[in-house]
Design a binder for this molecule. Structure first.
Ligand SMILES: [Zn+2]
Length: 272
């Protein structure tokens, strides 16, 4: 039996990992006992209409740690300023250091086609780090990797200049409770800022148990379009009947700039 896989998420903000890949991360922890580490490159200090940035930064560190604890994963927010992330050499070296020290089999990140500049920057940083992690003279203080990890771009619905190619799709209905529990830890976001942004702050219930049910409905609405968008891939993966019936899914594109999914790697990393 081979070692359980190691999974690293490089997201832009605290809550991106679970919003875009919480079902897969839950599967990795529960079904494969994988070591999962989630990182938000930014501190999340911009995401609020009322709280001060300093307060928010501290709160969001705790929220991330709580969300990671739901699935037994480490969750860190780096200190780079929210909404100001740039694909600089300094940041790229930091990403290279992280990938080399954690030695992941899979890195999950955003695509460079995305509405949010921070998401695009993380995608660029990860993409640019993917070959350089093997080059010894780049960031020479950390030993290079011999092989690239697989890089998976997390679910998004953007289409320009190209839509996400669903190389891998996952029915996440069975993991939905876990995803909601993780998202619910990001209290300043799902119950405050995002609700404020959408003009539905007055609909957020006060009682904790009602909040979870409300969040579940909200999230299912948020991701409802995914299953239709990736329907063909769902049918190809799960067969006609089940593929047509799936309502909650995640989809991932294998980056062409890093390791590819050959049969061995697929068996180890995608047994779902
Ligand atoms: Zn984000």
């Amino acid at each position: 039996m081979s070692e359980p896989p190691r999974i690293l998420v490089l997201g832009a903000h605290p809550d991106d990992a679970e919003y875009h890949a919480g079902g897969l991360l839950t599967c990795y922890r529960k079904e494969l006992d994988a070591t999962v580490k989630l990182i938000s490159l930014t501190d999340g200090a911009a995401g609020h209409h009322k709280r001060s940035s300093e307060e928010l930064k501290a709160l969001r560190q705790k929220e991330s740690a709580d969300a990671g604890a739901v699935i037994g994963a480490e969750y860190l927010n780096w200190d780079l300023p929210d909404a100001h992330l740039e694909p600089t050499i300094k940041n790229r070296d930091r990403v290279i250091r992280e990938i080399r020290s954690f030695r992941p089999d899979v890195v999950l990140t955003h695509r460079t086609c995305d509405y949010h500049p921070d998401h695009r920057a993380v995608g660029q940083l990860t993409q640019d780090a993917s070959y350089l992690v093997t080059v010894p003279k780049v960031v020479p203080d950390v030993p290079p990797l011999f092989k690239n990890p697989v890089i998976l771009y997390m679910t998004d619905l953007f289409t320009r200049p190209a839509p996400l190619r669903p190389d891998l799709v996952l029915d996440v209905e069975p993991q939905l409770d876990s995803v909601i529990d993780m998202l619910a830890c990001h209290r300043t976001q799902v119950f405050e800022w995002l609700a404020y942004e959408q003009g539905i702050l007055d609909q957020v219930p006060q009682k904790p148990e009602q909040r979870l049910a409300w969040l579940r409905t909200w999230f299912q609405n948020e991701i409802a379009e995914r299953a239709n968008r990736f329907r063909e891939a769902l049918i190809a993966t799960y067969g006609e009947e089940k593929g047509r019936a799936i309502t909650c899914c995640e989809a991932f594109e294998v980056s062409e700039y890093a390791a590819q999914l050959d049969d061995d790697i697929r068996t180890k990393l995608w047994p779902f």
